[in-house]
Design a binder for this molecule. Structure first.
Ligand code: FES
Ligand SMILES: [Fe+2]
Length: 394
């Protein structure tokens, strides 16, 4: 159950407003009003009509390298167990068929999963294989007690789950995006870091922030601006299932290799920053990838599984200080780190951070917030797309 403490609003009014905004051309585009980010009722609509019906990214195949590798996660109130079995990634219900206890916590590798409550055991296909003292009981048929399975699809290493089972296949809807990212070979990158965390913001604020380069020079003057200044950002040709922009590198910045041999000169000089609707955002640099899988917990909380993939299994991706500023932690610019140089993914740590984290302060003293205005008067009309093709230096 998605929790919320937000004020009640008339969602019919919001739906009308949404239809009006969607009909605007780029020149008169306007940001969503505050209620779209603060209404618990609107979040319920999003959950029912969008999030449960679409492909939601829940992690990366680097977490599930071998048969039996698994992790538990929660998505929109569903308890999920992601497990590799006979080479395939599966999403099983993590709820025991006996009395509904959650079977698995965390992650690891196992051939069987035993519920702690009464020790019913399931294999990696979800079949019930042992139920103590139940053999021979009339009315009990173990073959009817398998764990339900959700649809999964893999795209470039990311694991997507469709909760309602009705979503159209994903990969064919991402053909245009695949063309854009193909030479970066995201499918060949290795997962080197992953963490579960929560931020105190609406999930759409995070998605929207990731999809625009307008703010780069303004809010990241000493971190991102020297690498990917706003004036060089260029809107990506987008599709119905994704959007994004190209963050071109300042020519004064050193080359960001090593480069995959397939990258063109232009591709060597920009990072495609893209989002796959509705919950995966990706910053794909030439030599590492940062991604975040989002899941709303309430109107003002978002659960994030974020990770980094690199070109090599045992190398540290070259980190810019940007990453540390964006995630509010200290990360190495280069060199080895125990957290980033793991050969194998291990159980994630759960860390709760506030957004904006205090470490997002630039040395200049700039600080920022992506909280939506709670007063309608503060945002009567906020044009967030100054151009459809490129942004200018503010
Ligand atoms: S609830 Fe799982 S074995 Fe009883
Ligand atoms: Fe940013």
């Amino acid at each position: 159950m998605v929790q919320s403490h937000a004020a009640s609003v008339d969602v019919a009014v919001l739906q009308e407003e949404l239809a009006r905004l969607a009909s605007l051309d780029d020149g008169s585009a306007s940001a969503l009003g505050a209620a779209f980010y603060t209404s618990a009722e609107f979040l319920e609509l999003e959950t029912e009509h969008l999030l449960r019906r679409e492909w939601m990214c829940v992690g990366h195949v680097g977490e599930l390298r071998n048969d039996g590798d698994h992790f538990a996660t929660e998505l929109l109130g569903e308890q999920l167990l992601l497990v590799r079995h006979e080479g395939r990634v599966q999403a099983l219900s993590n709820v025991c068929r006996h009395r509904g206890n959650r079977i698995v916590d965390g992650s690891g590798s196992a051939r069987r999963f035993t519920c702690g409550y009464h020790h019913w055991s399931y294999d990696a296909a979800g079949q019930l294989v042992n139920a103590p003292l139940m053999a021979g009981r009339s009315g009990f048929d173990a073959s009817t007690c398998a764990l339900p399975r959700f649809r999964t699809e893999l795209w470039n290493g990311w694991i997507f789950v469709n909760l309602d089972g009705e979503a159209a296949p994903l990969a064919e809807r991402l053909g245009g995006l695949q063309d854009i990212v193909a030479n970066y070979h995201p499918d060949e990158r290795f997962l080197v870091f992953l963490e579960d965390t929560e931020w105190a913001c609406n999930w759409k604020c995070l998605f929207e922030n990731f999809m625009e380069g307008y703010h780069l020079s303004a809010i990241h003057p000493t971190t991102l601006h020297p690498i990917t200044p706003t004036r060089l950002s260029k809107k990506m040709v987008s599709g119905d299932a994704w959007t994004g922009y190209h963050a071109f590198y300042d020519p004064a910045y050193p080359p960001r290799g090593p480069f995959h041999a397939d990258l063109t000169d232009e591709e060597r000089n920009n990072s495609p920053m893209y989002g796959v609707f509705p919950n995966l955002v990706v910053g794909m640099a030439t030599n590492f990838t940062l991604f975040m899988c989002l899941r709303p917990i309430g109107v003002d909380r978002v659960g994030i599984r974020w990770g980094v993939t690199g070109l090599h299994d045992d190398r540290v991706p070259t980190m810019s200080p940007t990453m540390s500023s964006c995630v509010g932690r200290s990360t190495p610019r280069t060199g080895r780190s125990s957290r980033y140089s793991r050969l194998h993914w291990r159980p994630v740590t759960t860390r709760v951070a506030r957004w904006p984290p205090t470490t997002t302060k630039e040395p200049s003293g700039t600080s920022f917030s992506i909280w939506p205005a709670t007063s309608a008067e503060r945002r009567p009309h906020c044009a967030i797309r100054p151009s459809t093709s490129s942004w200018s230096e503010p």
